[in-house]
Design a protein around this ligand. Sequence first.
Ligand code: SF4
Length: 310
Amino acid sequence: MSAVLKSALSPSQNTQLEKLEKRLRRHVGQAIAQYNMIEDGDKIMVCVSGGKDSYAMLEILMRLKESAPIHFDLIAVNLDQKQPGFPEHILPNYLESIGVAYQIVEEDTYAIVKEKIPEGKTTCSLCSRLRRALLYKAAKALGATKVALGHHRDDMVETLMLNMFYGGKLKSMPAKLVSDNGEHVVIRPLAFCKEQELIQYAALKQFPIIPCNLCGSQPNLQRQNIKAMLQDWDKNYPGRIESMFTAIKNVVPSHLCDSELFDFKNINSSSGIIAGGDTAFDQETFSQAAPEVNPLKLNSADFLQVKEII
Ligand code: SF4
């Protein structure tokens, strides 16, 4: 923590920042270990957009590098997409101040999306695809062995819900994957970090945030709706997002219906009880108290009646 920043915070904020940083480092360390995200000799290209998540990811990776038993290098990369009003001095100044190697890639994707997407339509999808392709190109030019993206736990749960609601798939965001062009290993070191903690961390660290709506585009409304729904659930039933994320890590293929994932056809009477059999369905008490949900929005009398029928 820099001396300047430390003195700008009250003693209680300093304590809060230290605790938060420790927790985030622990979560990032756990994700790195669980998915073998970083190996000795890696050169990691850390994608920094100017948003809270990527600033936090860079900061935590820098701290972990200082104490890691292996050697790896970090290079921060920002893509200046030439959106009108993009404050191009902010990131170079910040990256210089923290002493990290960095590169700013300048490419006018703004002009491309404006030309290709009709007025009034959302440009985020094409913009993101172009950004991803340019970042992979930069990774190749830099000889980076890994590309780190700043998605966090809540992004992963939102993606799971989006895929279930609109894509008919039980699929989230991978913590580690091979890029679509097959050339890069992409990692998400914030996979275990809660968005709320990243928001607090960014505020305490006073990161110079650059908004992602300078282009005036409307970000993905479906994602915004899902986010609002999840936050609402979590407010009413604390721990629900965490429980859903834990579920992503505890998949039981035999208790889903994907015959490509589990060989249902060859189950026979000598197969034995598989993954606890049917008992999970009958289990009345869950480790985390699951409050009753009334998803059909029935009034209380209807709800009781339905419960009786069930
Ligand atoms: S808000 Fe603008 S800059 Fe951000 S992803 Fe969408 S189109 Fe791109």
